[in-house]
Write a protein that binds this ligand. Sequence first.
Ligand code: NA7
Length: 317
Amino acid sequence: RPVVTRPEAQVIDMSSRSNTLADREIVPSEQTFGFLGLGMMGSTIVKDLIYTGHKVVVWNRTIDKCQPFAEAGAEVKDTPMDVVEAADVIFCCVSDPKGAKDLVFGNCGVLQLKDLNNKAYVEMSTIDPDTSLDIGEGIKQCNGRYLEAQIHGSRQEAADGMLIILAGGDRSVFEECHSCFKTIAKNTFFLGNIGNACKVNLILQTILGVSLVGLAEALALADRFSISLNDIIDIFDLTSMKSPMLLAKGKEMAKGDFNPQQPLSHMQRDLRLVLNMAENLDQSMPVTSITNEVFKHTKRLGYSEHDSSAVFVRSRF
Ligand code: NA7
């Protein structure tokens, strides 16, 4: 098995601004916003919130990642609980449902505070509806208000302020987050009860995952015929099948450039969550099941941290 080089660690450029911010009139809310999780998505979001004048308090498991945000004006806290104490609205943006639950129910987690005093908790980590219901219940039992605000989009779309926010839960929290959402997203939807936004987000991810595997297999076949992948992509661009996403991913596959815009491990996590949801409903999803297997295998080949388009590597075997 060939040795796979990990993608270079991505670094947030604190001085860069998304071009879109110049066209948006943003009046920052006077509330204090807490932020748990400064991964690639969280960092990009917090950077823009600070830039648009929001008061921000941050925490990250790996504390070193907080340093540039302290220099940019954010307050840094030692635990998630400390962030909750200091903020009115707390966003969480970590890798997966387990991490999201740990931050709420775990040691030094949000609920250690016992009385949240009507504070708002906003879950941005990609999670399944059941996890969201559990977190929402925990927050409400401690006198807090809960909103799931799933962020749909790639790391580049986050950097461009072009995410789509899918929200469900407490409408008053949704309104209070208006200036934050306007900073980071091109569109924001309120979809009703807790769980609805998670469902919609995962349904969109199903379309993306299945499409990527189809694209990868088709390009792998072209490669076997020694047909230029760039020619295929140029012709694809002229068809009614084209989409900005598939064109971008096709170009990445042709170049072998798998710089993570949406890590492959996140794509496979989403497919797993989709299949769990489907299982509970006895909903048959054979194509999604196979798609999940394809992503799982690509992970085993060492491409977890690469972009989802690295699924092409597996298709070429
Ligand atoms: P990254 O860049 O992989 O960052 C993941 C973040 O999640 C990072 O801050 C991690 O802390 C944090 N994390 C992961 N697990 C835990 C646990 N158990 N406890 C605390 N913190 C944790 O992901 P992205 O920023 O691209 O994506 C984040 C979410 O946005 C994800 O759900 C996407 O689907 C949408 P670390 O720095 O490793 O200490």
